[in-house]
Design a protein around this ligand. Structure first.
Ligand code: PGA
Length: 253
């Protein structure tokens, strides 16, 4: 059976009160059975909300994710939040390599690889993001860009731990722009990523890793994207901040 997963990326939105309201609305929907049984739901929320939200949700049904973590274990790194701290809030996942972090905070493949290793060590599952810019797509280099991002961040991981990675393909030109990749464009890359994993590991591993699509995914386009063979669900930004839109997306398989 196809693996199905929806992850929300709230980014730097919601104060604690708004987060609680949104979470309660989501939780009410979950309790009313609006969440399909076989869909794994993860909410990527600001650090400050993780612990509070882990008491709102039944964590067997909805998992929490941080949106970043430090590249260091612990110590004199003022302002940083470690994987160990994230783990202690009850979160299970960490979004890493998001294009906003690559662009605004100069995160390189090396830094991302370090963060992935620290998450694995602390029993947190990375949701690793990759994707090309518009320029890279238009110049026809997009597969090469994605191959390098995937290879540099992931292929040093051993065959047991790689199974704990979720990959999100997020074309930079589609994030927050209202422009979505067509289902065919997205499928092409998802299939390509799966093939890269199969070559580096094996087919079984490639088929058991969720590969999510992200970039202006919404209740209108989710169904045609998720119908693609290699698309296991979505990483949802803007549309995850409205609980009714989020439920429509979760029910788009
Ligand atoms: P978007 O964001 O759905 O608002 O385009 C997706 C993401 O950045 O993860």
């Amino acid at each position: 059976m196809k693996i199905k997963m929806i992850a929300a990326n709230w980014k730097m939105n919601t104060d604690l009160h708004q987060a609680q309201e949104l979470a309660e609305n989501i939780n009410n929907g979950v309790n009313k059975g609006m969440l399909p049984e076989n869909v794994n739901v993860v909410l990527g929320v600001p650090y400050t909300h993780l612990y509070m939200l882990s008491s709102v949700f039944n964590l067997d049904k909805v998992s929490l994710a941080a949106q970043n973590c430090a590249a260091y274990e612990k110590g004199a790194y003022t302002g940083e939040v470690s994987a160990e701290m994230i783990k202690s809030t009850g979160a299970k996942y960490v979004i890493l390599g998001h294009s906003e972090r690559r662009t605004y905070f100069n995160e390189t493949d090396d830094i991302i690889a370090k963060k992935i290793d620290i998450c694995i060590k602390n029993d947190l599952k990375p949701i690793f993001c990759c994707g090309e810019t518009l320029e890279e797509r238009e110049s026809g280099q997009y597969k090469e860009v994605i191959k390098n991002q995937v290879k540099n961040a992931l292929f040093h991981i051993d065959k047991k731990d790689i199974l704990n990675i979720v990959i999100a393909y997020e074309p930079v030109w589609a994030i927050g722009t209202g422009l979505t990749a067509t289902p065919e464009q997205a499928q092409e890359i998802h299939e390509y990523i799966r093939q890269l994993i199969a070559e580096a590991y094996n087919n079984e591993t490639a088929n058991s890793m969720p590969i999510l699509y992200g970039g202006s995914c919404n209740p209108t386009n989710a169904e045609s994207l998720f119908a693609q063979k290699d698309i296991n669900g979505g990483l949802i930004g803007g549309a995850s901040l409205k609980h009714d839109d989020f439920f429509k997306i979760m029910n788009s398989f």
